[in-house]
Write a protein that binds this ligand. Structure first.
Ligand SMILES: Nc1ncnc2c1ncn2[C@@H]1O[C@H](COP(=O)(O)OP(=O)(O)OP(=O)(O)O)[C@@H](O)[C@H]1O
Length: 247
């Protein structure tokens, strides 16, 4: 029997008045695949995540997870079904510790209790390099640590599909390299990943496939190097050089 794709978007459409964020969009992601998404500001990238995670209802079209139609499912049901996401603006519980923040996600997102929730949270802290900061209040973290915590909170919900929204933004080059290592390991462990990122070179080091979104549609889809060399993609970026690509 053929395995269903991890994620399939079929004829997805969404507009806010005159602004179209998805235009009959189709996309399929295999089990354990890592996909990068680039595209100019306002291309509809975050809106796409919102439609996958259930924060935004498409006007038309279907979202399939593991062959199941989840289009009508609310966000918490999609989290239970295996979709974990980060947000561009992280909002951890700043008065809670790093461990407690992830524990809440294991409890609420994955429905785990007691020892199971504890061991899931500890495992996630190890995988994201936050174990030494387990007892630090989230409000005291540096930007890199906050970005790691955002990934950790998404992982706490026990996803099979992880949606990363610009987690490398604002970091120094060595910090980007550290984050890339964390994400590469998650992917190597079999997690399906979709990563929206303006820091293009971080994507190139992590994913084997990239798409470029513009005007609510996929304008290029393929190997990262080929997508970045695509004439349509280069035209979308002023000067033809994308942020971070030169390094
Ligand atoms: N809830 C909303 N109501 C009205 N317009 C919205 C809403 N959400 C997004 N938009 C508009 O839709 C367009 C696409 O936004 P979106 O955040 O999806 O783009 P993006 O590709 O993620 O951009 P960026 O790279 O800047 O994060 C923008 O013009 C935005 O202003």
């Amino acid at each position: 029997m053929m395995t269903a794709p991890l994620l399939r978007l079929e004829s997805l459409s969404k507009s806010f008045g005159q602004v179209t964020v998805a235009r009959d969009l189709a996309l399929s992601l295999g089990q354990g695949e890592a996909l990068g998404i680039v595209g100019p500001n306002g291309a509809g990238k975050s809106s796409l995540f919102a439609m996958i995670s259930g924060d935004l209802r498409p006007d038309a079209g279907t979202v399939w997870l593991d062959g199941r139609d989840v289009t009508g499912a609310p966000p918490h049901a999609r989290t239970r079904a295996g979709i974990g996401r980060t947000y561009q603006v992280p909002r951890p519980f700043s008065h809670l510790t790093v461990f407690e923040n992830v524990l809440v996600c294991a409890h609420q997102g994955a429905g785990l209790h007691g020892k199971q929730a504890w061991s899931q949270a500890m495992d996630v802290l190890e995988r994201t390099g936050l174990a030494d900061l387990a007892n630090t209040a989230a409000g005291r973290l540096t930007l890199l640590q906050r970005k790691r915590l955002e990934v950790a909170r998404a992982l706490g919900t026990g996803p099979r599909l992880l949606l990363l929204d610009e987690v490398a933004g604002g970091l120094t080059e060595p910090e980007v390299a550290e984050l890339v290592e964390v994400i590469r390991r998650l992917h190597a462990d079999g997690l399906g990943i979709v990563w929206i990122e303006h820091v293009v070179h971080a994507l190139v080091k992590t994913v084997a496939r990239m798409i470029c979104l513009a005007g609510g549609d996929v304008v290029a889809d393929g190997e990262p190097v080929a997508v970045l060399a695509d004439a349509k993609v280069r035209e979308l970026y002023l000067g033809g050089v994308m942020e971070g690509e030169e390094s």
